[in-house]
Design a protein. Structure first.
Length: 622
């Protein structure tokens, strides 16, 4: 426990209630580092701070970093469990066991809310009024089904927003090969399109008998007229639809539907292999990686996985097989039962086929984890060598952690000029440390001057924070290397700024070729080194160069968009500076405002229905 906060914490611990609830541990920066639930908050939280407590090294390390905590009281343990799941997903605390990604089962989605619906595979299930089919434990099947349906029915497959009577660019290749009706031309037969969508929905629901009967009649008609080419095409459609039906996953739970969870753990990682059994067949398997499981036992990791995975998917099987029972198993079963609205069991198989399947899933989890750890170690080794090579080139002799900062300028002929700073801790991006600057003192397209201003402001802020011993610095620590987007001129200009502060920071330039690709690294008073001459650092240097350029362009585009939107809004009668500012704050960009309904615009402070209609009319006419 942080000494500076121990007295404050002791007082808070004494005041803890004996209710069920959730507790959130925080470090000295106020960052939530752990979320847990408790049947009795006072008892559970107090355990962390008992000197004789039998904690694992990781928990002891966490307790050392606890500067404060807060808690939320719930009516019962079930509410605490649900809240804990939601808060872990929201904050992703460092000391919780976390799924490395939010991968879930795939679905086939039909956007029936659109005037001209499309279908595609997605892993995100959103309650948005569209049609979802699945989940499909086999992602390959879901993709194959969409591909087959797109071959059978000439519906739109592009990402364009399609509306009747509105032309959207030129037709694509799909139109020319007969796989799209050319909706983007705005003259589509809506009734025909909707008929296709209805048939697709029937196919995905397994209702294919009428469609197949109709196609068989059509095929026989072609055959009687000796049109064997078209008869063959219809026959292929029949085979394709029958193939889809035979492979269709069963979504309605029954006794033969279950998930089998095989678990392997090593180092700081765990792998859960999910075997999906549907209608007595294994229809798919997926691997899920969890981080932060040091010194955790099997039961704790299983509980963390089940809470995070099954509360993030609308499909929950009636039976989940695991290798070991765990704390809170009854509460978690009740939680899943409530989510599914049908009974869900979590069981440990003792013998028979289920036991064999669990062993198979576990063996596969071990193999997959070994492979992932091997790749992670190789990646870490390459990153270490890349950092060492950069440091050697920059003449950095210190040991430990290294911070690289890269700067770029973006403007349009000197208008809306901005600068950005991206940060890499070694080979890892530190997104929280990224900073944006509006160039204030330079007018016109002056890259040197703009770069000097941005770097000066950054270092000046750091110097002030050092002098004031700021508890919450935004520009510390200082970097070991500053990378500037440019050649020797940029390097010299920025080095002069660094020297005025007497900071020991190296300055390197990232020189581009005429295609704006990284060509060389530039160092003061030395010949530039071609990026190909770096044995290990080439990829990292290119990543830094690309990332700072992307960040600068994105910031500049956003600024230009808001500037243009502000000018446009001020042209509307009744929209003054205050309402304009409120609209800009509420809507991220012009496209979002243009697509907003009158009801959504009215929600903005200062807006009413009359003004909202004026905004809509203005953009419609524009």
């Amino acid at each position: 426990m942080s000494k500076a906060y121990s007295k404050n914490l002791n007082n808070k611990i004494k005041l803890l209630p004996e209710n069920s609830g959730v507790y959130l541990m925080k470090d000295e920066n106020g960052t939530i580092i752990y979320v847990g639930k408790a049947k009795v908050l006072k008892n559970r939280v107090t355990q962390y701070f008992r000197k004789n407590s039998n904690h694992t090294p990781k928990v002891l390390k966490m307790v050392e970093n606890i500067a404060d905590f807060e808690y939320i009281i719930t009516n019962n343990e079930m509410e605490a469990l649900i809240l804990e799941c939601n808060l872990i997903k929201k904050y992703r605390p460092y000391y919780n066991i976390l799924m490395r990604d939010d991968k879930t089962y795939p679905y086939i989605k039909i956007t029936i809310k659109d005037e001209y619906p499309k279908l595609f595979v997605t892993r995100k299930y959103i309650n948005d009024g569209n049609k979802y089919f699945g989940p499909y434990a086999n992602a390959t099947y879901a993709k194959k089904a969409v591909s087959t349906i797109n071959e059978l029915y000439p519906i739109a497959m592009c990402k364009k927003e399609l509306k009747s009577g509105v032309k959207k660019g030129n037709v694509c290749l799909n139109y020319h090969i007969g796989q799209c009706l050319g909706v983007c031309q705005g003259n589509i037969d809506t009734k025909l399109y909707n008929r296709y969508i209805k048939e697709i929905i029937d196919i995905l629901n397994g209702k294919t008998s009428k469609i197949i009967q109709s196609l068989e009649n059509k095929m026989n008609g072609y055959s009687e007229n000796l049109d064997f080419e078209n008869a063959g095409k219809v026959r292929d459609k029949i085979f394709a639809i029958r193939g889809l039906k035979s492979e269709q996953n069963v979504s309605n739970a029954n006794a033969d539907n279950m998930d089998i969870l095989g678990l392997a753990m090593a180092e700081d990682m765990a792998c859960v292999q999910v075997y999906a059994l549907r209608d007595k067949k294994i229809v798919g398997r997926e691997n899920y990686i969890l981080k932060g499981q040091n010194e955790k036992d099997v039961s704790e990791v299983l509980a963390a996985f089940i809470k995070q995975f099954y509360t993030n998917t609308p499909f929950i099987p009636p039976l989940i097989l695991v290798e070991k029972e765990f704390e809170d198993i009854d509460n978690i079963k009740d939680l899943l039962t409530n989510l599914k609205s049908k009974k869900v069991e979590i069981k440990v198989p003792v013998k028979g086929e289920k036991k064999k399947l669990l062993k198979l899933a576990t063996d596969n989890a071990k193999l997959n984890l070994e492979n992932i750890i091997g790749k992670e170690k190789q990646k870490a080794l390459m990153e270490k060598k890349a950092v060492e090579e950069i440091n050697k080139y920059a003449n950095i002799s210190k040991e430990g952690n290294f911070r690289y900062e890269a700067y770029d300028i973006s403007n349009t002929s000197g208008v809306d000029s901005v600068g950005v700073m991206v940060v890499f801790d070694g080979a890892k991006r530190n997104y929280k440390a990224y900073r944006k600057f509006k160039v204030k003192s330079i007018e016109g397209p002056n890259d040197y001057g703009s770069m000097v201003e941005v770097v000066f402001r950054r270092l000046n802020r750091a110097q002030k924070e050092l002098k004031q011993n700021d508890d919450n610095p935004r520009f510390l620590p200082l970097p070991d290397v500053i990378f500037v987007d440019g050649g020797i001129g940029h390097v010299n200009a920025v080095k002069n700024v660094v020297d005025t502060f007497d900071f020991n920071i190296k300055v390197l330039g990232l020189g581009k070729n005429n295609k704006h690709k990284l060509k060389e690294v530039v160092k003061n008073n030395e010949e530039a080194r071609n990026i190909r001459d770096f044995e290990f650092a080439g990829k990292l240097l290119n990543d830094i160069s690309e990332e700072v350029h992307r960040f600068a362009i994105d910031y500049h585009k956003n600024l230009r968009s808001k500037s243009f939107l502000k000018t446009t809004l001020e042209e509307i009668e009744g929209i003054g500076k205050v309402k304009c500012r409120n609209l800009l704050k509420h809507f991220k960009n012009m496209e979002e405002l243009k697509n907003a309904s009158i009801e959504e615009i009215v929600k903005v402070d200062g807006m009413n229905e009359e003004l909202a209609k004026k905004v809509k009319d203005h953009f419609k006419n524009d």
